[in-house]
Design a protein around this ligand. Structure first.
Ligand SMILES: [Zn+2]
Length: 196
């Protein structure tokens, strides 16, 4: 296989890109060697080399614990549980949450064969047992799998001395956090309700 075909094949694996858009992206890069191809290749090599999952929360960063876990200005008593780093980014964009996060790495899904052991749930339960944790906010999607996951976590946290809340208010059914505008997301977080 030629280098160009290999490049196109990898690009086509990216979310939102099919073979056709992958060919266009490859051609765009190859025509702009100095402004696009080389800087992008360097950025990807640097990311592959230095970005890791945070050992505490699962966020992606160049250090572990990540910048949020290590930030003394962030409230250590409140953990917001999200499905994915994209949701963490969405909440951070709103600037309205000053606690810390826990990234599950997905949702429970019978269809896709994702069980509790495939998600970052045991670490969440261990964190929630810590004496400094007062509240766990469940910010999983308002989808069937997202809500199934939220219920499962509520069950697993039974016995932990924490308040458990959810952010359903203002989040449309089927809503994934990453697609919400910042105002809606801030509102949803402020209007959270107790789940237990
Ligand atoms: Zn972290």
């Amino acid at each position: 296989m030629s280098e160009i075909d290999r490049l196109i094949q990898y690009l086509a694996k990216l979310p939102g890109l099919g073979p056709r858009s992958a060919r266009r992206a490859a051609l765009h890069m190859l025509k702009r060697r100095e402004t696009v191809l080389e800087p992008l290749a360097e950025a990807m090599a640097a990311a592959a080399e230095s970005i890791r999952g945070c050992s505490v929360c699962g966020n992606l960063d160049t250090r572990s614990p990540c910048g949020i876990c290590a930030d003394p200005r962030r409230d250590p008593a409140v953990i917001c549980v999200v499905e994915d780093v994209a949701d963490l980014w969405a909440l951070e964009r709103t600037g309205s949450f000053r606690g810390r996060y826990h990234v599950l790495g997905g949702v429970l899904s019978a269809l896709d064969g994702v069980g509790p052991d495939d998600l970052n749930i045991p670490a969440l339960v261990a964190r929630a047992r810590g004496p400094e944790i007062a509240e766990v906010i469940l910010a999983t999607s308002v989808t069937v799998d997202g809500q199934t996951t939220a219920h499962y976590i509520v069950d697993r946290l039974a016995g932990c001395q924490v308040k458990i809340s959810g952010i359903a208010h203002g989040v449309p059914m089927g809503g994934e956090l990453d697609y919400l505008d910042d105002g809606t997301l801030s509102q949803a977080l402020k209007a959270r309700r107790a789940l237990d």
